[in-house]
Design a protein around this ligand. Structure first.
Ligand SMILES: *Cc1c(COP(=O)(O)O)cnc(C)c1O
Length: 361
């Protein structure tokens, strides 16, 4: 008999962006290395978060507040929801895992082709049958077909808005129609990891559409624009009865003292968030112009990364850029073999990235 069930045997581990130290070790590169591979905030965390981290360091002999009272209160206030409508996760990735484990088994789930790959992984790990709905041209997620793919056994539907790794988004009206159209029994999970970067006039958060359906979970993270990826702090907003089930499955101390304190401080620093968005817009403009000059197709992005079509296999371009000290992301796990994803660093980093890309090609 096999040691594990088939779903576990078939799982392929998530491939993270290559860490800078690993590249140094492997290729013996001594110069500056820049990582544009994991959609991290190039400005770093808010200085207020850094201060908060220092201030709580001497208290880490104590377990954290497992209920994260202060942080959940601040999040609830920010979104004008009740505290018992918020669940914290060890990164929003853990909220996805909790959803899959709590609501998935015995049912099926619906996701889009080229959706964030974690969806497939957490659903497969929880042994949930998953239906993958093809995208439209330009990687547009086919919301109508996703709604139609739901049947009586569907209990979860994951949608990233905007999506990673494509950068595309569903506009307000289409999203609202979709939320109203998906059958009532389905729990729709809207992953808004990049919401702060989405500046399009017709973009709207699903938190503004909670009236459209009861079973709606909105996931947010402190990893991207808030610059706290290393602290693993994210959350979900949903009706209290759903949160109550998630809390039964959640580890009692899934978020730590430092992550909670840093996130609380970061929430209060609107200036840092705004600066981060501004730098992102500048870097996107610089990268877009460089890609146009190189004649490389790229997908319009509402995020802090850009999906770029490469004239050679993306892995080759990625490896050649590695040797020049620039880490981008190949997309083999997505079967996007002729594409790379470039995270938007500072303007200086993007200029260097563009120069290296030009050399390599
Ligand atoms: C980065 C990312 C997340 C979550 O990251 P955490 O660090 O686990 O909060 C979730 N969804 C998408 C689409 C992402 O790109």
């Amino acid at each position: 008999m096999s040691l594990v069930r088939q779903n576990i045997a078939e799982l392929k581990p998530y491939q993270p962006g290559k860490p800078i130290e690993e590249l140094r070790r492997e290729l013996g590169i001594t110069g500056d290395i820049i990582k544009l591979a994991s959609n991290e905030n190039p400005l770093g965390p808010s200085p207020r978060a850094v201060d908060a981290i220092g201030a709580c360091a001497s208290g880490v002999n104590m377990y954290p507040d497992g209920g994260a009272f202060a942080l959940r209160s601040a999040i609830a206030e920010k979104h004008a929801v009740a505290r018992d409508e918020v669940v914290m996760g060890n990164g929003s990735n853990e909220v996805l895992t909790l959803l899959a484990r709590t609501f998935g088994p015995g049912h099926n789930a619906v996701i889009s082709e080229y959706a964030f790959i974690a969806y497939r992984l957490v659903l497969k790990a929880a042994d949930v049958q998953t239906r993958i709905v093809p995208t439209k041209p330009g990687f547009e997620q086919d919301l109508g077909a996703m709604a139609d793919a739901c049947d009586a056994e569907t209990q979860l539907l994951f949608l990233a808005n905007p999506n990673n790794p494509t950068g595309v988004y569903a506009p307000r009206d289409k999203l609202r129609d979709f939320l109203a159209r998906v059958p009532e029994h389905v729990i729709v999970v809207l992953d808004e990891a990049y919401v702060e970067y989405a500046q399009a006039n017709d973009y709207a958060s699903a938190l503004e559409m909670r009236d459209a359906r009861e079973r709606l979970v909105v996931c947010r993270t402190f990893s991207k624009c808030y610059g706290l990826a290393g602290l693993r702090t994210g959350y979900g907003v949903a009706p209290a009865p759903l949160i109550d089930y998630l809390n039964r499955v959640r580890e009692p101390f899934n978020t730590g003292v430092i992550g909670q304190a840093a996130a609380l401080a970061a929430l209060a620093d609107a200036d840092h968030l705004q600066r981060s968005v501004e730098v992102n817009e500048q870097s996107r403009a610089v990268l877009t112009r460089a890609l146009d000059e190189l004649g490389l197709e790229h997908i319009p992005s509402q995020t802090n990364f850009v999906l770029v079509k490469t004239p050679r296999p993306g892995v080759e371009v990625y490896e050649a850029m590695l040797r020049e000290g620039v880490i981008v992301r190949p997309l083999v796990p997505y079967a996007l073999h002729d594409w790379i994803r470039i995270s938007l660093g500072t303007v200086a980093e993007i200029e260097r990235c563009a120069a290296v890309l030009r050399n390599v090609l």
